[in-house]
Write a protein that binds this ligand. Sequence first.
Ligand code: 48F
Length: 266
Amino acid sequence: MDETLISRAITESFTKDFINAFNVDVAIAGAGPSGLVCAYYLAKQDYKVAVFERHLRVGGGMPGGGMMFNRIVVQEKAKPILKEFGISAKNYPFSPSLRRTSKEKLYVVDALEAISTICSKTIKEGVKIFNLMGVEDVVIRPNRITGVVLNWSAVAWSKLHVDPMAVKAKVVVDATGHDSELSRIVEKKVGQELITDTGGVMGEKSMWAEVGEKKILENTKEIYPGLIVCGMAANAVFGSPRMGAIFGGMFLSGKKAAEVIKRIIK
Ligand code: 48F
């Protein structure tokens, strides 16, 4: 066996996909639950989507479940999304007596099954996911974000001075989670011009699951022409609470972001 053939196969295949991703409909920063679900619903309708994930693995906060207990909780409203992906879910409460008194209809889901299934189906729909690549800036034209600026995560981690490269996109999504990194970058570069009450990133509030889960859908929107926020980034940008290891809101936010983006692109 010729080892260089293996090297050639990897390099040619990756480079082909990477060059193809230089011009996409939607570039998503972050392969957590909200970013992946958003990518999936867009690709299902034939939009060209690339996801850039800083870490080695995808999934963001999902594989860690709640405090490293690798289970997540999903509420009834997001059950259709579990069904869409074919993810198994167990009714909770388990005990009939607790079920009788509980007002909530919840589902417990294996976090690893959920994220691996979402990732697999998203890739099979045609989304290209580039891991170990961070979005360190955006491309801007007068009053509009038109792409993302990328670099290898290893470059940032080792603090090397290596210039980045750019990708063009009709719409850019900040799905970077609690830090809402892209929105903060845009705020820093364009000033207080975000479409929020303060014109800037308002900052995530302390835990209140019920309110956080409600607000996240309202907060999933365009915050600067060409820039959409979804998932925890949306709550962080609009000053809404965090909610812990309940993930229905993340899935629904990803789906809503896809709908918002479709309207923008049209
Ligand atoms: O944090 P993350 O899972 O975001 P999410 O989709 O989901 C939040 C939940 O996990 C959880 C929660 C549930 O109630 O509160 O926290 O909103 O995924 C964000 C992903 O973005 C990556 C990061 O490594 C993670 O995988 N990321 C962050 N900044 C960048 C980035 C960046 N600048 N470039 C590329 N990826």
